[in-house]
Design a protein around this ligand. Structure first.
Ligand SMILES: [Fe+2]
Ligand SMILES: [Fe+2]
Length: 151
């Protein structure tokens, strides 16, 4: 996410949505690769990308939550941490050759991610939009009530 963007703009929520699409696409690609029985190296590469991308996305989402004083922050972060643990464990098992990725595991990761986006992320997006509207309105009111000599 570009830190120079106006935190009150709709562009920011559009970027978060776009990041969710990338996350889900990577999780689907991982599931499809394992399902097709393609080489394990490719599955490992996609898993690496999904893990790294998710880590960055979760951190930027958490930054937004802190910025607007989101009351569900702790619960939401627990979900992020749980997902990162699952991804890191899968990556570790894959990298050490302890256990190849299974279809069941990749489907579970996809389900977990889709559920998070459809629940926790949706609730936060609603909260963020309402907060952003209030902030924009109060900023507008403040500037229109300033004494004339301040203009
Ligand atoms: Fe989230
Ligand atoms: Fe998210």
């Amino acid at each position: 996410m570009n830190p120079s963007l106006d935190p009150h703009s709709d562009e920011l929520t559009a970027i978060v949505d776009a990041e969710h699409h990338v996350q889900v696409s990577l999780a689907q690609a991982l599931r499809d690769t394992v399902q097709a029985g393609k080489d394990a190296a490719l599955a490992g590469k996609i898993l690496d990308q999904l893990t790294t991308y998710s880590d960055v996305h979760f951190l930027s989402e958490q930054l937004l939550m802190r910025m607007c004083g989101y009351p569900g922050y702790d619960d939401h972060v627990l979900d992020h941490d749980h997902m990162m643990e699952r991804l890191e464990e899968a990556r570790h098992r894959h990298d050490t050759g302890a256990q190849p990725l299974t279809l069941t595991e990749t489907e579970a990761l996809l389900t977990l991610l889709a559920r998070h986006i459809g629940t926790q992320d949706r609730v936060f997006a609603d909260y963020y939009r309402a907060w952003s509207r209030r902030e924009t309105e109060s900023t507008g009111q403040r500037s229109s009530t300033q004494p004339e000599h301040c203009l």
